[in-house]
Design a protein around this ligand. Structure first.
Ligand code: PMP
Length: 442
């Protein structure tokens, strides 16, 4: 198929909800490590990794070799038969979870299913129904996961499911309480208690949150936030579910999981995306007594599939063997310092935030009003494309650039990225500047 045929066939045969970045869709033909190539043979530096999913580089040879071997040996049996790759992955995961306390896994195929499973397990364990989630969150595309999500644009299909209430997010750049950290005393966290008392039955099944809100635009709470929230959730009998679909597997630097930066022990942890490096894996891992409460008939035909389980374990081993958590911290700090420099140069950048190799720029019309700049964000995406750089977009207001390269990039890759992003920012800033004032005739 030619590039044009692919674009036309997408329009004709796919739901239009399968939307593409860019005015003219970018057709990707192949990829290797931190690069992808389009249908015209142009090479791009990929600093988005297929939506925070390429954790160890595109078409990673070590991972793919193991996958290929497994494909030739056993591709599928379903979970009604035992197989080694599934339990080998479960054992590996059990050894890495926060505090070593989450030791039983249920595998599915996506982050959405992982969160469905987590909420189901929490309801079975507690006998309670209600779930508290956060504003600006995203937890998936099923009816239940959309109801958990705190962004109107991602809640399709009319009435949300009952039983979800949304608490304040620690969106410091746009503080919902108009306060400033740290003099605010993290009131967005303490407010949760009144919210539960006034807006729920007072009996919680769970609280679910992303340690850093992904689609919300990498909203990164202050260090005390989750500890305060955790204490309140426990008072009302709820389980703490950490949605690590984006923040897991070293992405945030120095730790396996984002929640570990906050010193909080989750009861259930969910993940997907970077765990499979492109193969579809969803993980729900819980304290054993919680896992044991999910009794009765529930099945995921492809969950723990020998091939995807092999891929996921190979990804974890690769991250561990190559100390990529450390690289994410070090190269992430290097990236961050450059982003801060870009902010000093470009008034359009209102905020820089994130952890490790999960960094974001929030773009604004001007720094005083903080008016979101979604058009400029779209223009920056297009300019980056021209400069052969892939970055992500997000944020409740469509004005956040998301930067999540593979975890095994080097500082030279960051230098290359900064050149391309810097040039793209210059282009956008130039077109936005008012025409220079013409000197008055004397
Ligand atoms: N949780 C979070 C934090 C996510 O970012 C996503 C996907 N963007 C999901 C859940 C849903 O994952 P999936 O698209 O694999 O169903």
């Amino acid at each position: 198929m030619t590039k044009q045929e692919i674009i036309l066939a997408s329009q004709r045969y796919l739901f239009p909800s399968v939307f593409h970045y860019f005015q003219e869709p970018l057709v990707i033909e192949r990829a290797k490590d931190q690069f992808v190539w389009d249908a015209d043979g142009n090479q791009y530096l990929d600093f988005f990794g297929g939506i925070v999913t390429i954790s160890v580089g595109h078409c990673n040879e070590t991972v793919n070799q193991k996958v290929t071997q497994q494909m030739a040996k056993l591709q599928h049996v379903s979970t009604v038969f035992a197989n080694e790759p599934q339990v080998a992955l479960a054992e590996r995961v059990a050894g890495l979870t926060p505090g070593g306390k989450l030791t039983k896994s249920f595998f599915t195929n996506s982050g959405t299913e992982a969160n469905e499973t987590a909420i189901l397990a929490a309801r079975c364990y507690t006998g309670a129904h209600e779930v508290v989630a956060l504003r600006h969150s995203y937890h998936g595309r099923s009816a239940l996961a959309m109801s958990a999500s705190g962004q109107a644009a991602w809640r399709l299909g009319g009435a949300p499911a009952a039983g979800f209430t949304h608490a304040l997010s620690a969106y410091c750049y746009r503080c919902p309480l108009g306060a400033t950290y740290p003099s605010c005393n993290v009131r967005c966290a303490t407010d949760l208690e009144e919210m539960i008392r006034t807006s729920t039955s007072g009996r919680l099944a769970a609280f679910i949150a992303e340690p850093i809100q992904g689609i919300g635009g990498f909203i990164t709470p202050p260090k005390e936030y989750f500890e305060i929230v955790h204490g309140i959730v426990k008072k009302f009998g709820g389980l703490f579910i950490s949605d690590e679909v984006q923040t897991g597997w070293g992405r945030t630097g120095g730790k396996w999981f984002g929640i570990e930066h906050y010193g909080v022990q989750p009861d259930i942890l969910t993940s997907a995306k970077g765990l499979g490096n492109g193969t579809p894996v969803g993980l729900t891992v819980a304290r054993p007594e919680i896992a044991d409460a999910l009794k009765g008939a529930t099945i995921s035909t492809f969950g723990g599939n020998p091939v995807t389980a092999t891929a996921a374990k190979a990804v974890i081993d690769f991250i561990d063997d190559h100390k990529l958590m450390i690289n994410a911290a070090e190269t992430g700090a290097y990236l961050r310092s450059h982003l801060d420099e870009l902010k000093a140069k470009h008034p359009i950048i209102g905020d820089v935030r994130g952890m490790g190799l999960m960094q974001a720029l929030e773009l604004v019309e001007d720094r005083d009003s903080k008016t979101p700049a979604p058009e400029a964000t779209a223009a920056l995406m297009e300019a980056a494309r021209e400069n052969r750089l892939l970055i992500g977009k997000g944020g409740t207001y469509g004005n956040v650039i998301r930067i999540t390269p593979p975890l095994n990039i080097s500082k030279q890759d960051v230098d290359d990225f900064v050149l391309r992003l810097g040039a793209s920012l210059e282009q956008v800033s130039r077109t936005r500047q008012p025409a220079a004032a013409v000197p008055a005739p004397r």
